[in-house]
Design a protein around this ligand. Structure first.
Ligand code: NAP
Length: 274
């Protein structure tokens, strides 16, 4: 495979870092973006190119794109991975926290994509890989705003695929299941702060327990390498699938969601947070 110029966001931990490592080791030129530059020293040591970028800051996004275009005159692959989950009851979550969730998980990556598209159109090629979630197809209690962003990303990506087919640009959706990263820790403490002392406290405590079981206990979730390999597969594919899913719980939950009714799915999900 010829060497590609790749930008991946959220590369300071979890899925993003593992994917960056995999792609660097495959011989590609990998720009790794995140806020915590110090957490990407290991990527630099193996040949990666870390860039400090807050996905909610337009100036950071512009600077990132300009750096890559100045150096290479093109970007072959954009991996929109940066993201996090806010959990907490809808009643307990401020609209400002909800807006921030959309800024990071949707509008930030949308701005970045907009700035890269003219270059991919000129090249008449490119791949935009959006890291959604099985949570873009299904739902969990107290996760309304997270699921809203990922459901939105799914629809947004589908529309983008239709727009970009004429220019030879692929849009690929990745739907991870439970992957052991910093994701659980980032989500749990603020959820307990929001809903740990309200009418939703029992649910919040139950979700905290199941989140710890999934993200912090051996075998509770899959390693990030499962998704890194899937992303690599989608990059290597001459005609990639529109969607890929993998990781713990991904296949069974997507199957139940697709073929059974809402009430049945409600029961399955609620049985996991007792
Ligand atoms: P993670 O270990 O917490 O990594 C999240 C990454 O996003 C970090 O590198 C973080 O970097 C970056 N990020 C967060 N806010 C940002 C901001 N404002 N600007 C720039 N970067 C920001 O979690 P992960 O599991 O690898 O998550 C990666 C993606 O996978 C997310 O989109 C997540 O929704 C999705 N996903 C994860 C799972 C799972 O079970 N882990 C399941 C389905 C989908 P900095 O903090 O350094 O900026």
């Amino acid at each position: 495979m010829t060497q590609k110029i790749i930008l991946i966001t959220g590369a300071s931990s979890g899925i993003g870092k593992e994917t960056a490592k995999t792609l660097i080791n495959e011989g590609h030129i990998v720009y790794a973006a995140a806020r915590r530059l110090q957490n990407m020293k290991d990527l630099k040591e193996i040949g990666g190119l870390p860039l400090q970028m807050d996905i909610t800051e337009e100036q950071d996004i512009i600077k990132t794109v300009n750096t890559i275009i100045d150096n290479h005159k093109k970007i072959d692959i954009l991996i929109n991975n940066a993201g996090y989950a806010i959990y907490g009851a809808v009643e307990d979550t401020t609209i400002s926290d909800a807006r921030r969730q959309f800024e990071v998980n949707l509008f930030g990556l949308a701005k970045l994509t907009q700035l890269i598209l003219p270059h991919m159109r000129n090249q008449k090629s490119g791949k935009i890989i959006n890291i959604s979630s099985i949570g873009g197809k299904m739902y969990t209690p107290l996760g309304a705003w997270y699921h809203a962003t990922k459901h939105a990303l799914e629809g947004w990506s589908d529309c983008l695929r239709l727009e970009l087919k004429q220019f030879g640009i692929d849009v690929i959706i990745i739907e991870p299941g439970a992957i052991q990263t910093e994701f659980g820790d980032v989500m749990t403490a603020p959820m307990i702060k929001r809903s740990g002392n309200t009418a939703y406290k029992d649910l919040a405590e139950a979700i905290k327990k199941s989140t710890i079981d999934t993200y912090n206990k051996t075998g509770g979730g899959s390693p990030s390498s499962v998704i890194a390999k899937l992303i690599l597969k989608s990059i290597k594919a001459r005609r990639p699938k529109t969607r890929y899913s993998a990781g713990k719980y991904a296949k069974p939950l997507l199957f139940i969601r697709k073929y059974f009714g809402d009430r049945f799915f409600d029961k399955v999900i609620m049985s996991q947070v007792k």
